[in-house]
Ligand binder design. Structure first.
Ligand SMILES: Nc1nc2c(c(=O)[nH]1)N[C@H]1C(S)=C(S)[C@@H](COP(=O)(O)OP(=O)(O)OC[C@H]3O[C@@H](n4cnc5c(=O)[nH]c(N)nc54)[C@H](O)[C@@H]3O)O[C@H]1N2
Ligand SMILES: Nc1nc2c(c(=O)[nH]1)N[C@H]1C(S)=C(S)[C@@H](COP(=O)(O)OP(=O)(O)OC[C@H]3O[C@@H](n4cnc5c(=O)[nH]c(N)nc54)[C@H](O)[C@@H]3O)O[C@H]1N2
Ligand code: SF4
Ligand SMILES: [Mo]
Length: 748
């Protein structure tokens, strides 16, 4: 790889052209979920200019106010009181979002790959040159192979601007890691059962629940704002919390029941819960009778799945399985078996999600107070443009092997790209916008092979992340605090919209994605799709259609609308048709049977770690979002490295002490690049080790994040693919612990 044309550019760009403004790094404001703290912030912000925004540090999209001083320095961001996504409070990451703006490691100018003395490097380029090159290459690919051969891999708001460009250009070869690396299986599982996606934010009525069951979903470390707030209210209201997690998570520490399940065995537990509810006659009989389909088949299906059977698989005691099932039934219908969010674990994830959906069906919680409410959103009028051309193939055809895929499967796009000789779906160019594929998609060696096969790759990012090192052209986007973006239309109990406007001029020579998409579009002869000078005009037009205005939104930031679709919950005995083929909650899925899949979920055993190996488990650091915030000066201050959690028993066997530096090597001989410190703790089972995702950056341009901790993604050379929707189960990787530096004699 090292001598290849597209080798990773580690060295810094030729003269970084330091234009750095001297923005003092604001120290992050710890846990900002408190209102007292908020008053202080408002007082301190009196002389500052206030601009409406919504957060891009994660995808909950909390609306807030950014405060800017007279020198164009953004000083702080606080939550918008009328926003149902945050109720006026941002999470620590959102508060620290200012660091995305103030980070001097940011991408500063367009870069073009070049070779000097046989070595690949980047040279600085003007926007005109860089965008002309991008448009020329996109046109070349279109002429040679068809526009479909140019793929868009995206995440976050920049993606929607690029998606518009791609559709106008003629490509629907689009994928994002928020599907096949995140929530895809859950959406399919719930769609097959209730006829509807769970969606984001999840319509879980946690605020009013009497019993919340978390299956690996680690709310509290997973900081999705209103879920954390509502869970904290539910705890105050004495709701029962049951957490199923091989690790003693923050949520587990707040739970009456922590079920320390043997990893990969959740379906067995879920089936035995169904068994108890049905055979102890605890399920919601009226609800099931009125809305359910296939209950008798389900009853027969789970007959032998007793708690004793599940005990042998899950290591959870039969009496605990019975007791927790009874607690759920006692709370029914105000009970939530949480669907989770990142659910690509073991490859049978759609069926696990189906099990979760079926349990909710048995408990009568869908459409009930304290269960799941019926969400509603406002649809934002489309700014007029000519119809898009119809591509000959796109994400759907690429994922044709997976009948229930409802979005592009990133890993399939990568796979097809690597097959240079693929005549059916030849992918020759990538536009990567806001996703750090190297740290995001498992089997990074395959990603690198795909990149190697490309004729052209452009990356749009705010930071010199790993993925930028493989690009032919790097485009520096300004941060969310420096730009307009599409209106946020949120599904919630009540619909709302939120405005994002620039709080300051873009630092360095960075530009917003809308502008970049428009420039490229114009160079490709697609001006009629970009019939505006400034994206602000699009927003102003849309707001007028919605009966408000840009002026009003600049003042209020968030506008709430009344519900139009009817009440939040089902009325007792109400006639209701679910969006499934039968119009019922499908305990038995004929659709699955027709496709040759099990119509009801089945437990299958997964491989367990061999002698001397531990399962690599991972999750969220409360202070960070994936790999994107590790270098953020404010958030890096709060947490600058991850640790490897090991059980005391493992520590004894391996002879490890807290803070000792170790390396890990997986089942395929892949070794972590950097050492990681050990944390000896009872909070993790002895058969697994645990690390926060996102750390272990290996790009030196990330001055704070480089070399800190271990990258879980690098160790994921094995995936279990979900046969229904193509998701990449990532939790079947096993590691051994190395106490000696394996890189002693090699240069990293
Ligand atoms: N090993 C492992 N892999 C995972 C996960 C895991 O837990 N472990 N989690 C999975 C999940 S749930 C998800 S949703 C995905 C997330 O996957 P990604 O969204 O790819 O996550 P990040 O690594 O944060 O990469 C985001 C990229 O966007 C850039 N960026 C941030 N803001 C902007 C912006 O405003 N404009 C532009 N143009 N770029 C921006 C960042 O600098 C970064 O390079 O990862 C999945 N992959
Ligand atoms: N702070 C922060 N919050 C975030 C994000 C972030 O980057 N940072 N990202 C957001 C995004 S996009 C997503 S998708 C969500 C993801 O967050 P969630 O959907 O809540 O959780 P996961 O990442 O799937 O799960 C991590 C938990 O699963 C447990 N686990 C591991 N193996 C098993 C098993 O076999 N069975 C069971 N029952 N549990 C197991 C782990 O111990 C860990 O506690 O978080 C969101 N919130
Ligand atoms: S949950 Fe936190 S990081 Fe995510 S959008 Fe809200 S404030 Fe931002
Ligand atoms: Mo996610």
């Amino acid at each position: 790889m090292d001598n290849s044309r597209r080798s990773f550019i580690k060295i810094s760009a030729l003269s970084a052209g330091s234009l750095a403004l001297t923005t003092p790094a604001l120290s992050a404001i710890g846990n900002n979920f408190s209102l007292a703290n908020k008053k202080e912030l408002i007082n301190a912000a009196k002389n500052l200019k206030r601009s409406a925004t919504y957060c891009e540090v994660c995808f909950w999209k909390c609306a807030g106010w950014a405060y800017t001083d007279e020198n164009n320095n953004i000083k702080k961001v606080i939550g918008n009181e009328s926003d149902p996504h945050c109720n006026g409070r941002l999470c620590p990451r959102g508060t620290g979002g200012v660091g995305m703006y103030s980070d001097n490691d940011r991408l500063k100018t367009p870069l073009i790959r070049t070779t000097i003395n046989g070595k690949d490097t980047f040279r600085e380029a003007s926007w005109e040159e860089a965008l002309t090159l991008v448009a020329t290459k996109m046109q070349e690919i279109k002429d040679k192979y068809g526009a479909e051969s140019m793929a868009l891999l995206k995440h976050g708001t920049p993606g929607s601007h690029l998606e518009h460009l791609f559709k106008a250009y003629g490509s629907d070869t689009v994928a994002e890691p928020a599907y096949a690396q995140c929530r895809g299986p859950r959406e399919t599982g719930f769609r097959l059962t209730f006829g509807s996606w769970v969606g984001s934010p999840e319509p879980t009525d946690i605020r009013d629940t009497k019993c919340l069951v978390l299956i690996g979903s680690h709310i509290g470390e997973n900081m999705h704002n209103t879920q954390v707030q509502e869970m904290s209210d539910a705890i105050d209201n004495k709701a029962t919390i049951i957490t199923v997690d091989p690790r003693f998570s923050t949520a587990a520490s707040k739970s009456q029941h922590w079920l320390a399940i043997k990893p990969s065995t959740d379906i067995a537990l879920l089936l035995s819960w169904m068994h108890v509810l049905i055979y102890e006659d605890l399920y919601d009989k009226e609800y099931v009778k009125q809305y359910g389909l296939g209950f008798e088949q389900l009853k027969e299906h789970v007959r032998t799945f007793t708690p004793e059977w599940a005990y042998g698989i899950t290591t959870i005691k039969p009496e605990q399985i019975r007791e927790t099932a009874r607690l759920m039934a006692a709370a029914s219908p105000s009970v939530i078996i949480h669907p989770g969010r990142h659910v690509t674990w073991y490859g049978d994830d759609t069926q696990r999600s189906r099990s979760i959906a079926i349990l909710n069906g048995l408990l009568g919680s869908w459409g009930r107070r304290g269960g799941f409410y019926f969400k509603e959103k406002i649809s934002i009028p489309k700014f007029p443009h000519p119809p898009y051309p119809t591509p000959k193939w796109g994400w759907e055809e690429i994922g044709e092997k997976y009948p229930f895929a409802e979005m592009g499967i990133t890993n399939e796009v990568i796979k097809v790209t690597a097959e240079k000789e693929n005549k059916k779906y030849p992918i020759k160019g990538w536009f990567v916008a806001g996703t750090n594929l190297i740290n995001t998609v498992p089997q990074h060696i395959k990603t690198k092979e795909a990149i190697e096969a490309l004729e052209f790759m452009v990356v749009l990012d705010t930071m010199p992340m790993e993925i930028t090192g493989y690009a032919d052209v790097v485009l520096p986007e300004c941060t969310y605090l420096e730009r307009y973006d599409g209106l946020r239309s949120a599904t919630n109990r009540e619909p709302s919209i939120a405005l994002r406007m620039p709080a300051a001029k873009p630092r360095f020579d960075s530009k917003p994605a809308w502008w970049i998409a428009k420039q490229i579009g114009e160079k490709l002869g697609l001006s009629e799709y970009f019939n505006y000078k400034d994206f602000k005009e699009v927003i102003a037009w849309q707001l007028e259609q919605l009966g408000t205005s840009l002026e009003e939104m600049e003042k209020i930031g968030v506008k709430n609308f009344k519900r139009k679709s009817g009440p939040l919950y089902l009325k007792d005995g109400e006639d209701y048709e679910f969006y499934t083929p039968s119009g019922k909650i499908e305990f038995y899925s004929q659709t699955l049977a027709n496709h040759g899949f099990d119509p009801m979920p089945v437990y299958t055993a997964h491989e367990q770690p061999p002698q001397g190996y531990y399962r690599l488990n991972y999750g969220r650091s409360p202070m960070h979002t994936f790999s994107r915030t590790i270098n953020n000066p404010n958030l890096n201050d709060l947490k600058d490295e991850n640790k490897l959690w090991v059980n005391p028993k493992v520590a004894r066997i391996e002879g490890l002490k807290t803070d000792q530096k170790v390396w890990i090597e997986n089942q395929d001989g892949i070794v972590s690049t950097f050492p990681v410190k050990v944390r000896v703790t009872e909070r993790i089972r002895w058969d697994s080790v645990y690390a926060y995702h996102g750390f272990g950056h290996n790009d030196k341009k990330l001055t704070r994040a480089y070399g800190k901790g271990v990258s879980d993604t690098k160790l994921m050379s094995r995936v279990s693919i979900d046969p229904m929707m193509g998701g990449t189960g990532m939790r079947g990787n096993f590691v051994k612990i190395l106490t000696e530096n394996p890189h002693k004699d090699t240069e990293i």
